[in-house]
Design a protein around this ligand. Structure first.
Ligand code: 13P
Length: 330
């Protein structure tokens, strides 16, 4: 058993309290490799933002849980070396079993998500409470989920949205003891968050998605005032990145995300953690495609991963300052 405290990491409790009180959200960025981690840490150090490093099941399969844990440990020292100590949380994204959450806690994660949202309500309560009981013994924080997001993220997939039922949240929080709650108000995983028929088009032909259900968020806030709320599926899928990808040999069709002004509005409320993965994937892919298209003679991965890392860092800085508002909060 390794405690996250030995690795220099923190849990999310204090960060969320400050974020809810201060009207901003902590960035939760997914990482799978060294370049993504470097981009996240350097962006957060430069903007003085706390950060949640997220590891999904796909990341664990791709990069190995032990290596990712050690990268997160290295991130703590790397941040200091860059000149500013920021609070870093290592978080399991979409844990689906008690055993998985337990194994992550034992190897040094400071926060876990148990996603029981696909189960019937009572089973979700039971599973979440079991993880909370174990995690809290080690001062690890737990995120639960009520309601189901549409879209695809690694192994997590649903064709339809089931909005969170506000009448369930009080009971869920009380019975499980969770530290934060992911809700479904119309965000969705992936780069194709909505079908074209769910959207309108502006004069440039760009898809405009249906607005988030702020009425549900407000109802939830009334029932559990000040309780930390999490938004998954919060990439904006910037049309300019999709354009770079498609004009350099890519073929992304009808990609659409959540407008940043809506996320900014959410971040000012009890939403204190916003998950962004797809936008990072798009930024890296756009930079790599452009570089390789313009430099067909290059074959050194550092030559194209370097600009990709730089593009990713700029994207994260933009999110922190203009969308989440977590700059200068570390
Ligand atoms: P996006 O696919 O919108 O980036 O969402 C990522 C996410 O919610 C990770 O849990």
């Amino acid at each position: 058993m390794i405690s996250y405290k030995e690795l220099g990491l923190v849990n999310s409790r204090e960060l969320f309290k400050k974020a809810v009180d201060g009207g901003y959200a902590i960035p939760a960025f997914n990482f799978n490799n060294l370049e993504q981690l470097q981009a996240i840490v350097s962006a957060c150090v430069e903007t003085k933002s706390p950060v949640i490093l997220q590891v999904s099941s796909g990341a664990r399969k791709y990069a190995n849980q032990t290596l990712l844990k050690n990268l997160a440990k290295g991130a703590v020292e790397y941040a200091e070396e860059l000149g500013y100590k920021i609070p870093i949380v290592l978080h399991l994204d979409h844990g689906d079993t008690f055993e998985l959450c337990k194994s992550c806690i034992e190897m040094g994660f400071s926060s876990v998500m148990i996603d029981g949202s696909h189960h019937p309500y009572e089973k979700n309560v039971e599973l979440t409470a079991q993880v909370v009981e174990y995690a809290h013994k080690y001062d690890v924080t737990v995120e639960g989920e009520l309601g189901v997001l549409a879209g695809i993220e690694d192994d997590v997939q649903s064709d339809v949205t089931h909005y969170t039922k506000p009448e369930e949240v009080e009971d869920f929080v009380k019975k499980t003891g969770v530290d934060s709650l992911a809700i479904s108000i119309g965000t969705s995983h992936g780069a194709n968050k909505f079908k074209p028929e769910q959207c309108t088009r502006n004069e440039d032909g760009i898809l405009i998605p249906p607005p988030l259900r702020f009425d549900i968020l407000e109802e939830i806030e009334k029932r559990i005032p000040g309780f930390p709320i999490v938004l998954h599926g919060a990439s904006s899928v910037p049309p300019e990145l999709v354009k770079i990808i498609n004009s350099n040999g890519g073929r992304l069709k009808d990609a659409v995300g959540i407008p940043e002004d809506q996320l900014r509005r959410a971040a000012r409320s009890a939403v204190c953690k916003i998950n962004i993965d797809s936008d990072g994937r798009l930024a890296m892919t756009a930079a790599i495609r452009k570089y390789l298209n313009e430099h067909p003679e290059e074959f050194d991965p550092r030559k194209y991963l370097g600009p990709a890392r730089e593009a990713l860092k700029e994207l994260y800085k933009h999110k922190i300052v203009n969308v989440l508002g977590s700059n200068d909060k570390a």
